[in-house]
Each structure stands twice: as structure tokens, then as C-alpha cells.
Design a protein around this ligand. Sequence first.
Ligand code: ATP
Ligand code: MG
Length: 337
Amino acid sequence: MQTSTAQVQQDPSRYRVLTGDRPTGPLHLGHYFGTLQNRVRLQRLGVELFVVIPDYQVLTDRDIADRPAERAEELVLDYLAAGIDPERATIFTHSAVPALNQLLLPFLSLVSVAELQRNPTVKDEIAHSRQSSVSGLMLTYPVHQAADILSCKGNLVPVGQDQLPHLETARTIARRFNDRYGAAVFTEPEALLSEAPLLLGTDGGKMSKSRGNAITLGADEDRTARLIRGAKTDTERRIGYDPEQRPEVSSLLLLAALCEGGEPQEIAEEIGDRGSAALKQRVTEAVNEYFRPHRTRRAELAADRAHLRAVLRAGNERANAVADATLAEVREVMGMR
Ligand code: ATP
Ligand code: MG
């Protein structure tokens, strides 16, 4: 089930957003155009925003979380630089909200192992994982995500395409919980996809923090230019927008269009048969131009780490209050008090 921004605009007060990013590295252009920009838009419409930094989830595809607290602060930095208002948004970490994690137990009872094993995104994450065997946490992470969303009664989730199967799990869990306990505790959350639900990385695969193919929001202009110059394209000289047949070239065109505020087809026309080098030049200029203010704000905010920590502390406090209330309701309908 998907919602559009136009639908939200009609009645922003109906919605509460929960979304987030694993603290596995700095945010990249895929995050920005896949979800972060939508979060800021929704907040500007007056929608209440919860952003989880799922630090426990770092352990799905590796043994140890590398500097999770520091990486969480880096994410806060990008959120604030992108325009998320810490006075209105609740930014929190998994590990600081016990009631959220406790929701996992009843939720796990609502899905079968076969259902978990069928999830295509989990299969893809397993294929890219650094581990020789599949951990229980890897298999159950869509359920953990359902706990994230439902702990704060989120009903709108701005995400990239890879997250749609997980959102289906969250919807299933909300529905089954209500059915099993005969109470309308949860509503089924809806996805909000952006114009760039799957931005490709420099290797032609999904741009990801942990796949070495990302252009980060904090990268400087030279590094951005170098990375885009090295991006995979194809050998056809004439540039055209065709996401099915020419995914790499099309993703670059889309990126330029999003930064410039134009249409990918028009940019393709303008470049014509000047080939990949001209396309990359155009994309580099567009990205560096668009992100200049973001990067300046980011550098300013980076000077005050205490502020970033204070934002997280306040967010954790609020997320605890909300998740405690949800858990109390869950225990009540389960007859546990
Ligand atoms: P990791 O490699 O550690 O899994 P990631 O880059 O996949 O990192 P996540 O933290 O898993 O990032 O995803 C955070 C959010 O960003 C999700 O909503 C996801 O759908 C979105 N997202 C991630 N990569 C892209 C992309 N390339 N295009 C569009 N959206 C994306
Ligand atoms: Mg991911």
C-alpha cells in the first residue's frame, strides 16, 4: 500500500511518520533522494516525524557494530543539515528504547519462519552480507522494523524501494495483532516512495552505505567529481533515458534532473551524442551545486558535537515515553496486567 504526497497534503494531521537509517556509515545521495528529502517535505507539511537510528540492526550483516554512537551522531548531522527540525522531530536509537525492543516478542509470534525466509530484500542482504551463516537477527529484521514503526504508531513510512517487502511485514503484523487480540491497537502503515526509489551506485547496483559504491552527502566537490567520473555506464554514445534497458545512464540522468529540478528526458536530449563523459560532467556540476548549502550547513553543525548528542538524548526520552505507552496497551490487550 502506497500513499502520495498529494494525499498527505489533504490532511497532514492524520499521519505520523517513522523511518530511519542504519548507523553503518555516512548517508549518501540514495538516502537523500530516496527518503530524506521526503521526510523534510512531510515535516514542512506539519506531519509528526520519528526517525530511528537502528543501531542493533547493524549486527544483521556483520559481527561487531563499528563505532555505533559516533556513526549515529553523523546521521543526526545529515538530518539537521537536510532540514529536519530537531525541535519537532523525534530522533532516537534502537538501543535506548527498551519497550520498542520488547514488542519484538509478541510480533515474532505473528509471522512464520517460511514468510521470513521468502522476503526478497532479506535474501539480497544475505547475498551481500559479510557473514558465512545467516543469523537469527538477519532473518527477523523486518519484524524488528515493524516494532520500530508500530512502537510509535507510525502510519506513513517514506522509504526506498528495497523497504517495500518489510513494510508488507509490518502491515501483516499490525493486522494479525489486531485480529488475534480482538482490539484495534495498530493501523497498517503505508509506504511513501520518492521519484528516486532506487538510486544506483557507481557500480550499477543499489547505492548502499556498505557496498563501497556510494557518493556521500558530506563528500567534497573533488571527491564527488572523481566518484561520478568512475561510475559505470554503457558504451552507447547517444545518451537516452531508458531505466529498463540503460539503468546506469538513466540513474545518472535522474540524479541530474533531481538536482536541477528538470526532466531526465530533456537532459538526455541536451547531451545528445556527446556520450558518458559529458553526462558525468553535467551530473557532477548538478550534484555539487545542489548540495553546496547542505555541505556548508553540515560543516557548521559538525563543530558542535554536544548539540548532536543533546538532540539524540531528547529524542530518546520522547521515544521511550511513546513506546512505553504502546507496550502498556499491547500488554493490556494481551491480558498481561
Ligand atoms: P546498508 O548498506 O548499511 O544497508 P543502505 O545504504 O542500504 O545501508 P539503509 O540504512 O539500509 O541504507 O536504508 C535507509 C533508507 O534509505 C531506507 O528507507 C532505504 O530504502 C533508503 N535507501 C537506501 N539506499 C537507497 C537507494 N540507493 N535509493 C533509494 N533509497 C535508498
Ligand atoms: Mg540497507
